[in-house]
Design a protein around this ligand. Structure first.
Ligand code: CMC
Length: 436
């Protein structure tokens, strides 16, 4: 953090002494006012539910310029990474700060692929779930359970443990997601095959059966890999902040990542891709493009509780760059699969066009986010809607670990402990039951 020459002065209208607050500059983006000594010096807290104006940490991993619609991983624009790198290169970049050279690339890819198998006992744990359980319920359980299977990588304060846990989590997430899927449809689990790419291996574990050879379609493989890259990290979003807060207690990495999975599940966060596809399916069932106007009226009516899912973002006040790339991938996949007339894609394009010209959306700077098109791609690939968020979790795992490891390695790190503005009853006396 670079100190700024400018200082903020906090003054009070009741004559209490004012206080100078240091300001720090990042490489890019807004400066921050350091309020760490505020409570000690004034006895007051700041109040910022939802973290609208609060930087919860310093980080060197991901930068978003919401007004420009820019997303950088370690300084590299997402558009370049999506075209020139694969997901494992992106993982390396997020974890270690630089893109790998060819030797580092080979070693890292091999290392991850060598850890794809899960302890055989995991399948018995999985078999305890109902077959119709939501995959995110299953994933929260399975990821948390990894801490019971890999005792040699649970010490968050040991850099070697953190390193092995990182590799294990990246390697095993596709295996776990595919196992959760196979279990839900009653098919045998397919073991990983390490001469395939990360995405190709996942496709095979999802869609192969022991009865037939499985051939990976390179267009779909690349599309899936791109979905993984686009979801790999997104700075201090709700699930990442959850992972950091959970990990700040010193808990093991698997437990911290399981907390991230649980947070991601919600429809305002990772669950939006599932909610978005359900929304499109519902409009389609009611009449499709002809019903878009009616649906938009509901969205704009505050009392309806209806939102245009896949639209809007806390940080992006411009087109989400991931949505643009996802729309491109969507076209490629639909073309490859002969689905270029897919009615849901047409419906999504029509909703987007209307929303981008509508005053309600324009005034609030609401643009499509990554989830608007990702569901259509995944559905075309053959991934069931309920599994969408689990795939998001698979891809985001590297971001969560990179952020967790960054926090633990920061000498200034402390357990996270927000404070509150208490508005409940002040101290009072318990009355005997007959007097209440
Ligand atoms: N449809 C209709 N109105 C919306 C929408 C939407 N999708 N998103 C925001 N608004 C309105 C909101 O009602 C509010 O209006 P007003 O100022 O009149 O009260 C205004 O826009 C500002 O919205 P907000 O809810 O205060 O914004 P937020 O930053 O708290 O919420 C959000 C961000 C992503 C939760 C919200 O835009 C949303 O619920 N979008 C739909 C769900 C979604 O697509 N989520 C995926 C996010 S991207 C993937 C990820 O990072 O997980």
């Amino acid at each position: 953090m670079t100190p700024s020459d400018v200082k903020a002065t906090l003054s009070f209208s009741d004559g209490s002494p004012s206080m100078d607050l240091p300001i720090y500059k990042g490489t890019v983006g807004p400066d921050v006012i350091d309020i760490r000594k505020l409570y000690g010096q004034t006895g007051k807290f700041t109040y910022d539910p939802g973290f609208l104006s609060t930087a919860s940490c310093q980080s060197t991993i991901t930068y978003i310029d919401g007004d420009k619609g820019e997303l950088l991983y370690r300084g590299y624009p997402i558009e370049q990474l999506a075209v020139h790198c694969d997901y494992l290169d992106t993982c390396y970049l997020l974890l270690y700060g630089e893109l790998p050279n060819s030797e580092q690339r080979g070693t890292f890819h091999q290392r991850v692929l060598n850890h794809t198998m899960v302890n055989e006992q995991m399948q018995f744990f999985l078999r305890g779930f109902r077959r119709d359980a939501h995959p995110m319920a299953v994933m929260t359980g399975l990821v948390g359970a990894l801490s019971a299977f890999y005792h040699d990588s649970t010490d968050i304060n040991n850099p070697e443990h953190r390193e092995i846990a990182a590799i294990r989590l990246i390697a095993k997430m596709p295996t776990l997601v595919a196992m959760a899927y196979k279990y839900s449809i009653g098919q045998p689990f397919i073991y990983p095959k390490n001469d395939l790419s990360y995405a190709g291996n996942f496709m095979r574990m999802m869609f192969a059966t022991p009865c037939e050879e499985y051939k990976v379609n390179p267009v779909i493989e690349r599309a899936l890999d791109r979905i993984f890259i686009l979801h790999a990290d997104h700075e201090q979003n709700a699930s990442t902040s959850t992972v950091r807060l959970c990990g700040s207690s010193g808990t093991n990495p698997f437990a911290a990542i399981a907390a991230g999975v649980a947070c991601l599940w919600g429809p305002a966060h990772g669950g939006a891709n599932e909610a978005c596809l359900n929304m499109l399916t519902e409009i389609q069932a009611k009449g499709g493009v002809a019903k878009v106007g009616e649906f938009m009226n509901q969205v704009k009516d505050k009392n309806s509780g209806v939102k245009l899912m896949g639209f809007g973002h806390r940080v992006y006040k411009n087109y989400d760059p991931r949505a643009k790339l996802m729309q491109e991938t969507c076209k490629e996949v639909l073309l490859e699969l002969g689905l270029e007339n897919d009615p849901l894609f047409k419906l999504a394009m029509s909703l987007e066009k209307i929303a981008l010209e509508d005053d309600y959306f324009v005034a609030r700077k609401l643009y499509p986010n990554v989830d608007f098109y990702s569901g259509i791609v995944q559905r075309a690939i053959g991934i069931p809607v309920q599994l969408f968020t689990a795939i998001f979790a698979l891809a985001r795992t590297v971001g969560w670990i990179a952020q967790l490891n960054e926090m633990i390695s920061d000498p200034e790190y402390k357990i996270g402990r927000p404070r509150q503005l208490f508005t409940g009853a002040a101290a009072r006396t318990v009355k005997p039951v007959e007097q209440r």
